[in-house]
Write a protein that binds this ligand. Sequence first.
Ligand SMILES: [Fe+2]
Length: 440
Amino acid sequence: MTFRWFLVFSFSIAVAAIDDDLIPSTLDGPFEPVTVPYDVSLRGNAVDLPDTDPRVRRCVEGFEPEQISVSLSVNYDSVWISWITGEFQIGNNIKPLNPNTVASVVRYGRSRVPLTDEASGYSLVYNQLYPFEGLQNYTSGIIHHVRLTGLRHSGYLTLTQFMQSLISRTPIMVIEGNHEIEEQAGKQSFVAYRSRFAFPSEESKSSSPFYYSFNAGGIHFIMLGAYVDYSKSAKQYKWLERDLANVDRSMTPWLVAAWHPPWYNTYTAHYKEAECMRLEMEELLYSYGVDIVFNGHVHAYERSNRVYNYTLDPCGPVHITVGDGGNREKMAIEHADEAANCPEPSSTHDEDMGGFCATNFTSGPAAGKFCWDQQPDYSAFRESSFGHGILEVKNETWALWTWYRNQDSSGKVGDQVYIVRQPELCLGSIKLPKSSFADS
Ligand SMILES: [Fe+2]
């Protein structure tokens, strides 16, 4: 099965000679900060498709399956298949479907005919109840999740007529953002997020859909929750300590972490918003040599130099913000280091994240100030454009990151760098934070 990321980034594995010396590598860094000027001919905001658009209209009848998607499980030989049967309802008199009326079965095989294997899973419906004026209630179709195990990598998984759209072939791994909170009656939140997607939570021993990990393509991926408790005393942090301690770098030399709001963001939008999370978790991730961090939330693109605690550090991760998939909130175009665009500190508080930790810098050229007066040294490249990126792991130490602007043809590159690991320099003596395993 060919795995490619779709939502945020993609990866592929290739063993190839690295001979393109025109592409910079992080060994050439730290790079002088670059800001690509905003192209005002870009519209700068995305528009929701109307529900009459054929691309978002329901195109099946009765209980035919739809919205089929694949997620990875914890390891190479296992995936989750999810799909929906039956129609959702919206209004004031909704009647939830009975999830037991349709079986959750996937038939699969190494060729289209015959389908030799079968797996069963579970099904559910979820409701969004809004006892607020002007809002209607919602109940979903029947959502099915089935885990397939014992898959062979060289084979090709065939799922009868299910494999019709991209995400039925391309595993997507999701992590919650602020828009998934969707608080409803009874203070319930994240209901659609938890119901619609399958997560390798049990398999990665987190037992939570809000943070989990998995292995793919020589990478151990860690997905973290920014909108659930991330403090050192919380379950998530304890799980992260155990997960990091169990990574086998001989099997997965690359360590990639992802969560929603970026720590290293120089746009005015969401500037220093995730400082409390950074203060709790950055030391632990750094101590285990996390190579790359992917974030969203800010609707623009930015790639950092290797950085730790706001200081250039050859062993710090490269932070990449690719929150540029498009959003009607419009593109982020203002930089906190431009005159008049440095936000007032108290305005950077996000109550969904809890706490307030954004303070002035304590060292460096901006010591004593809330913002730099030029693009900070930890910001290597930034551009206000919608786009997407692909991460290609070449071998144990070299990976190629390429970012594309959505408005360009597929061959045109917006930003490209080889990210190079230096395990002999950075993993020689792992120094864990004092709190590590203190009371776990
Ligand atoms: Fe967001």
